[in-house]
Design a protein around this ligand. Structure first.
Ligand SMILES: *Cc1c(COP(=O)(O)O)cnc(C)c1O
Length: 401
């Protein structure tokens, strides 16, 4: 057997995607203007960004970024432990810790790296990491990198998680879950999971990428909404790239955790610190997200309006209370055709297909934002009404609305 060629093997994988019509394509956006996007000659109303509070283009964020960049330049010029850790980072970490009710917080350049860092640092071979089947890819990757045994329980099934922990009574254990699930929009059974972890002496980690800013009275996220403190959930990760409209992420928890991450988390140590101007913008976003409760109220009203309208149309709506409102269409072809039909009407919604979601569970992942208006939601509903969906997908509620 000749030695296999790596690039040829990759090309074969890609060709297979083309053959099964699962090839993904980049969409270059020329201009973003609130929820409106321009791409080529098209102007599209977008329902696929994670800018849930409508902060990404806020003038105060832009001003903070510009001001800090004028003073400090663009790049941080090195890793945090060399000379990249600036006053802006320290102030942001302090604000994030206070907001989430944790002792300390530590910035990472991305959420992906934060999760890799936490799992790799805390877990080792012989340990067990129990995770929800629908967790974000980076939580799964983090467990794999750590060498711990990875057990995945059926979505939100606390009893199954309990059995997995009980089956490994002597191993050090972590249970990791998304707070709000990124492709389904539902919230994890956090209180039950916290009770389970307390009983089993397992450490609970929550990835609140989609909860921070959106849930909780002051936007402190799904743990705040469930009234769970640092004692119950020692490991909290959340990102700055979603509701906060910036980029980057942080881990918040006990001081000893943060100290350990600074010492041992490779994705923290061996990478360039995020630009200080970005940290300055994120600090502005944290303050706005806490103070401007109208953004959460408006988002909630838009979510309610969308769900009411979608139910009236008999659309296959998932039971989600969050800004993520998936329409479950089943086949990848159906989802892709629906996305194309919407785009022809000037509405941009992404079709999410396997392997991002399980086979047979392709969907339109609709996301709402405080940047939308009621008229935008109505326009989306109008476009959805014209879709020719298979009759089997229409919800039974169709007849009596
Ligand atoms: C987006 C996301 C991440 C990754 O965060 P980035 O900052 O985009 O790398 C991690 N976890 C969940 C649940 C996410 O949705």
């Amino acid at each position: 057997m000749p030695r296999p060629d790596l690039l040829q093997r990759l090309a074969n994988h890609t060709a297979e995607r083309t053959r099964t019509r699962l090839l993904r394509r980049l969409h270059t956006i020329d201009l973003a203007d609130g929820p409106w996007l321009e791409s080529g000659s098209q102007r599209l109303l977008s329902f696929c960004s994670n800018d849930y509070l409508g902060l990404a283009q806020h003038p105060q964020l832009v001003a903070a970024l510009t001001r800090a960049a004028r003073e400090e330049g663009v790049g941080s010029t090195s890793a945090h432990l060399i000379c990249g850790h600036r006053r802006e980072h320290a102030e942001l970490e302090e604000a994030l810790a206070v907001w989430t009710g944790r002792e300390c917080a530590l910035l990472f350049s991305t959420g992906y790296m934060a999760n890799l860092g936490v799992l790799q640092t805390l877990l080792a071979g012989g340990d067990v990491c129990v995770q929800d089947k629908l967790n974000h890819a980076c939580l799964l990757d983090g467990a794999k990198l750590s060498g711990a045994g990875l057990k995945r329980y059926p979505h939100a099934d606390v009893d199954a998680a309990a059995r997995q922990l009980a089956a490994n009574p002597d191993a050090a254990a972590m249970l990791a879950t998304d707070g709000v699930f990124s492709m389904d929009g539902d919230v994890a059974p956090l209180r039950e999971l916290a009770q389970l972890c307390a009983r089993e002496r397992a450490t609970l980690m929550v990835d609140d990428a989609h909860g921070l800013g959106v849930l909780g009275a002051h936007g402190a996220g799904s743990l705040d909404a469930a009234n769970l403190g640092q004692h119950e959930v020692p490991l909290l990760m959340a990102t700055l790239g979603k509701a906060l409209g910036c980029s980057g992420a942080f881990v918040a928890g006990p001081a000893a955790l943060i100290e350990g991450l600074i010492q041992f988390a490779r994705p923290y140590i061996y990478t360039t610190a995020m630009p200080p101007a970005l940290a300055a913008a994120a600090l502005e976003a944290v303050q706005l997200a806490q103070a401007e409760t109208w953004r959460r109220d408006k988002l909630a009203a838009l979510i309610a309006r969308f769900r009411r309208g979608a139910a009236e149309l008999g659309l296959p709506l998932a039971p989600s209370p969050s800004a993520i409102q998936p329409l479950l269409l089943g086949g990848a072809e159906t989802a892709l055709a629906a996305a194309h039909a919407l785009e022809r009407q000037g509405v941009l919604v992404t079709a999410i297909r396997p392997p991002t979601v399980p086979a047979g569970q392709a969907r339109l992942r609709i996301t709402l934002s405080a940047a939308h208006e009621e008229a935008h939601v109505d326009r989306l509903l109008g476009a959805l009404e014209t879709l020719h969906l298979p009759a089997s997908l229409r919800a039974p509620g169709d007849d009596h609305v």
